[in-house]
Every structure is written in C-alpha cells, then in structure tokens.
Design a protein around this ligand. Structure first.
Ligand code: MG
Length: 249
C-alpha cells in the first residue's frame, strides 16, 4: 500500500533527507586514496549522530555498517571493511540513510577518486544523468512507469544496462515502502503519480550484464560478470507545487 504524506510529514522527511545529503557531501570531501571503507563508515556514523539522527542502515536486517560503501565492481550493499582501502582511480558509491523525527532519508552518490579512467567517468556521468532524467520525467508523467521507461531508453541507447533486481521505493516512516520502482519497463505502467507520494529514485547502471548476484558475505551485490556499476539516489516528494527534491543540499 502506498502511503501518501501530508505536508507536515514531507517537511519531517525533508529534515532527515537533508542530513543524508549533508552526509554525502561530507563523504565526498573525505574520500581519498588510503582511507578504508571502515574509516569512512565511522566518520559517516559520527556525522549523522552529530546531527541528532540515527544511521538507518546500521543493524537493518543485520547490516553491520552505517553506510553501504561499494567500490568499483560492487553494485550495492558493500560492507565497510578495514581491508578495503580506497585507491586512486576507484569509483566509490556511498549510500546512506538517516532516521530523524520518525522518518528515514535515503540517498546515494558514486564518487570518482582522483584521476579516473574515461570509461568510469562516462559510466558515472550517464548514471547521474539517468537520475536527472528520471526526476525531469516525473514532473510531467502521470504514471511511475514513464520514469523507468525513460531511464531504460536513455541508458541502453548508450550501450549500458539497467539493473533489474533492485530499484527505487517509497520512503517515509519506513525506509522501504511501497511502491517498488523499477528503472526499466513500459511507459504506460505502474501506479498513478499522486500528490503526497514520497519516493527514493535510484537508477543503478552497469557497463555489462544487468543480472546480479550476492556474494558469500550475504550482502555484497555484484553483476554476474563483475562489470563496473554506478548508482545515484535522491528522495523526492510530489507536492501540489510540483516535484520537490528533498535530499540535495
Ligand atoms: Mg534506497
């Protein structure tokens, strides 16, 4: 069931989402060659708590970190580790949630570390543009499927693939609410877009196969061909004044 929010709920969600946005900005500033994903996770947790919020991911279904930190071929749900040291040329996806005032914010960015290969740069740029396109599409769409359709057309026409096993979701008092929002599919499909919807939009794009698998740790998701991936996510609200992006600062 899709839970539509009143203005006061959207305002509360925005406060949580903004903390996530600030945490992502902070992460961008401290990611550098030599830092482990464990250290990065500690800094993220401290930052979120310093804002009076709680890291949503910590303990979520047993997840050990405060952030999902996914390096290079890892698509999502990378577990922070002292053994994973970020290197020059890596791409690192930081996916963070913050819980404040009864609401969860949830957003992600893929960052370039130092000098990065052209193919990685292009992948990250296309993925970012896919998120921008998704948000633009929402402004005039009547059903959520139009967004997935536009993302898929854009991405596949450039030779990349859209991850199908994971996608966006409703967000609010629960981190994952209905509906599930695929980043592919038919234009005339999906729930009708309605005022009060709050959604986490998150295209995940691969240079290779779209099929995924989970590694032995029970969390880390990679493509079946271990190809490179990127991922951007923002929280938005459908309000009477239009689409509002909640998680950007
Ligand atoms: Mg999400």
């Amino acid at each position: 069931m899709i839970k539509l929010k009143r203005d006061k709920d959207i305002n509360a969600l925005e406060k949580a989402s903004k903390i996530v946005g600030e945490t992502l900005e902070m992460s961008r500033e401290i990611i550098e060659p030599g830092i482990s994903t464990w250290e990065l996770d500690k800094k993220i947790e401290e930052f979120i708590r310093s804002k009076g919020a709680i890291p949503s991911f910590k303990g979520y279904q047993g997840f050990p970190g405060s952030a999902c930190l996914s390096v290079n071929e890892v698509l999502i749900h990378g577990i922070p580790s002292k053994e994973i040291i970020i290197q020059e040329g890596d791409i690192v996806t930081v996916d963070v949630g913050a819980y404040l005032g009864g609401f969860h914010g949830d957003a992600a960015r893929t960052y370039l570390v130092g000098e990065v290969s052209e193919e990685k740069k292009k992948l990250v740029e296309i993925t970012y543009q896919a998120l921008e396109l998704a948000i633009e599409t929402l402004k005039n769409a009547t059903r959520l499927g139009e967004m997935g359709y536009e993302i898929q057309q854009y991405v596949e026409s450039r030779g990349y693939s859209v991850i199908r096993d994971f996608g966006g979701h409703g967000i609010g008092r629960e981190m994952h609410e209905d509906p599930f929002i695929p980043n592919f599919g038919e234009k005339n499909s999906g729930p009708k877009i309605r005022i009060g919807m709050t959604l986490a939009i998150e295209p995940m794009i691969s240079m290779g196969e779209y099929a995924t698998m989970i590694l032995e740790d029970g969390w880390t998701v990679v493509n079946t061909d271990y190809s490179l991936n990127a991922h951007f996510e923002d929280d938005i609200a459908i309000t009477k004044d239009g689409v509002k992006i909640l998680s950007r600062v």
